[in-house]
Ligand binder design. Sequence first.
Ligand code: XIL
Length: 395
Amino acid sequence: MAKYRTRLGRRTFLSGLAATATSCAIANQPRQLNDNVQALRDEKRDFAVVGDAPLRDRAAAKGLLYGAATGSQILSSDSAFAESFAKECAILVPENELKWSVLRPSPDRFDFSQADALLSFARSHKMLFRGHTLVWGQDFGDFGPKWLRETVNSKNAEQVLINHVKTVVEHYAGQMHSWDVVNEVFDPRHGRADGLANTSWLKFLGINYIDLAFRTAAQADPKALRVLNFTEYDLGENEGQREARKVGVLKLLERLKAQGTPVQALGIQGHLEGITTHFNPRRLKAFLRDVASLGLKIMITELDVIDQKLPLDVDVRDRIVAGVYEDYLSLVLEEPAVTTVITWGLSDRYTWHSRFNSRDDKAPVRPLPLDEGRKRKLAWNAIARAFDRSPNRKL
Ligand code: XIL
């Protein structure tokens, strides 16, 4: 990973962009920052929660699904964390174990051992299992296996993609809640008129790679929900750019639906920035409605709140992070098509932001519901409150 960061830098890694982009946002929009910090010093905001039921039960009471991403080494080496994970989560997502970097040591080998270990943990704790991710442009970067970028070209790309999707989806057929079939498909900063991310898959196969991936997945396991996972972090972009991004995604979804691509849900990553809540409530709501009106379900797939630029004081920081969680989830859960909320990790002890969005003052980051010692934070309360107040899907 260190190599990956050095060579490509944060700039190329979509969610890592949060850091760079946010600095620009702050420089350009000091008013937003001041307003926000001001509001968050308002200690009257009440994050009280009734009872101590875990998040999975609070979500289930409303017909929602809550879970988190984690890793096989974490669960096998930290039994206390594993216990908290099983208590709070109803669905488990392998953070890296289903990526090409782990699954595909060589062109002709599949190594399912780490992902299988996570599946068996999930099953033994009566949790669902979710697949992340089959086709992702980043697999061609330093993060993916070297052989992929060295051997795949426009002649063999189709066969490589089909072989991967078919083999992996068949391996888990009948046991997978949902698959992120294509991840981070959209990136307007790459300069294409249609806003698509200029990945190697796109270069080799054209836009058809998306359809190919979805059709292959549908054939290999008709029952797993097929998700297009969308980078929605709303950082550093102005309102116009953010809207352009959403319009682009909608256009893509419309096109996929019109041509019969078997996409069933939109995944919204939700790596939110704590320094200022970038979402425009009215527009986000309208976007969710538009997605739902295409007959698609919506899942929040990688939620966390980046505290990189927030004040050092832990109480202030936790309050800000919790506020973002609650504001975002209260809004999003009003949309009936939203079925699932997944946080990208559960405890601050294990978060990708320690590496990708660390703080200048070197203080440990605090983006998740539980603290390093697995204690529930205000962020946990915020999520619990949003579930408790959510409209009931079961009615
Ligand atoms: C991240 C993992 O959390 C890290 O452990 C890994 O080093 C890099 O990938 N968007 C995605 C996820 O779709 O796959 C990324 O996961 C985070 C951003």
